[in-house]
Design a protein around this ligand. Structure first.
Ligand code: ZN
Length: 403
């Protein structure tokens, strides 16, 4: 009887999971298919990042190739909470443009990602939506910079350098300007962004625009010597637009710009804000900071299990990243004794596993020296017997006995 009851509970739970998920997730549509970038890879990366947040179901709409008949390209924007633009190419059909304008005016969400702000220089409403763009007119045969200014005038400027540009890729510090905005609230005010293009000299209507973060464009990387807008929000009718200039994806083997933790967090949160006007996603435990660029090669944050699994194989000369991430979390847990107990158990389990290196054990001896309990004593005494670990084990034991 008990077993049947358990089975019913399990069946009900799995049903609610099945239906609950579908109903709760926001619907995102990535629009791509033409770009002066590697859109074949970038739209997959964007999809992974959005799905890894647990907040979105993501679909993709791929346009006809450059130069092909675009008249059939009519995505159903209204079926989605947010449209993510990874598109820089031929003009959309007039019907699609009008649909898009109406969708956003009626309260739809938009994410403008990287070179999407190069697109459609002569489409006035698009320029109002993105706030800033102003690159060389790609769809104008002229090579002039084309943009709408804040008086609704279409500007074509042939003077060299008077429009969107960027120098060579490099790491740069992102500085949050609107620390209370829900997209970035709780993040470190400054973090080092991994190698990327720093878009500069963007031009445009800049109506109803809020600059959330900037970065200093260093002249040694052909920058302007000024802070340039990096993350922006724009209100358009009842709609919300999140504009990130970050995330270059080209022909390079590793796409560092999109692996950057700060890029990932702000894209996930920016997309939710664009969709709903608020951000319910929790901040991850490991936040990017100015010390070093923080890369997530799988486009998601590490779980504790993953971190400890990687920590086991640590050797001197190898990246200590995983150990540092564990130590950071331990320090954050300092106040709560239950959490510290859990960390102690995990550390002991890791140190006792057959494939844990001596370097891994020595590293954790240092942590146990301040947060270990009596539970750690037998293992530390055991480590005394091994030449490679005796010194750090003695250090930990001495410190623990002084407490
Ligand atoms: Zn780029």
């Amino acid at each position: 009887m008990k077993k049947i009851f358990q089975l019913i509970v399990i069946a009900l739970l799995s049903l609610s999971v099945l239906f609950g998920c579908k109903e709760n997730k926001l619907k995102a549509l990535i629009v791509t298919g033409q770009n002066n970038h590697n859109w074949e890879e970038s739209h997959i990366i964007l999809k992974k990042i959005l799905e890894n947040s647990g907040t979105f179901n993501v679909e993709t709409s791929i346009s006809p190739a450059k130069g092909e008949d675009m008249s059939s390209f009519v995505p159903d924007f209204y079926a989605f909470d947010v449209i993510v633009l990874d598109y820089n190419g031929d003009e959309w059909p007039e019907k699609t443009k009008k649909n898009f304008e109406k969708y956003v005016k009626d309260g739809g969400g938009v994410v403008v990602y990287h070179a999407s702000d190069n697109s459609f220089p002569a489409w006035k409403e698009y320029n109002v939506m993105i706030g800033l763009g102003g690159w060389k007119g790609r769809n104008e045969k002229s090579g002039s910079y084309v943009y709408y200014n804040n008086r609704d005038e279409l500007i074509r400027d042939n003077s060299e350098g008077n429009g969107g540009e960027h120098g060579p890729q490099h790491e740069f510090v992102i500085e949050i300007r609107d620390t209370e905005h829900s997209i970035v609230k709780g993040l470190n005010k400054r973090w080092l962004h991994s190698q990327d293009e720093l878009y500069s000299k963007l031009r445009g209507p800049a109506q109803n625009m809020n600059i959330i973060a900037t970065a200093y464009a260093d002249t040694s990387y052909k920058g302007t010597g000024r802070h340039e807008p990096i993350l922006m929000t724009i209100e358009y009718g009842k709609g919300r637009v999140f504009h990130t200039v970050l995330g270059h994806v080209g022909s390079e083997k590793v796409h560092y710009a999109t692996q950057d933790a700060g890029f990932i967090i702000t894209l996930q949160r920016g997309a939710e804000w664009a969709a709903t006007g608020e951000v319910k996603q929790q901040l991850p435990e490991d936040l990017p900071n100015v010390g070093s660029a923080f890369l997530l090669p799988n486009y998601k944050f590490y779980t504790l299990d993953e971190l400890f699994a990687k920590a086991k194989s640590f050797e001197y000369g190898k990246a200590q990243k995983y150990l540092y991430l564990i130590s950071n979390r331990i320090r954050e847990a300092k106040g709560g004794s239950e959490k510290l107990k859990d960390f102690e158990n995990r550390i002991l389990k890791t140190m006792q596993s057959d494939d844990a290196t001596s370097e891994c054990k020595n590293y954790f001896c240092r942590e146990l020296s301040w947060m270990g309990s009596e539970k750690s004593l037998p293992l530390l005494n055991e480590l005394l017997k091994n030449d490679e670990t005796s010194e750090m084990a003695q250090f930990a034991l001495t410190r623990l006995q002084q407490q």
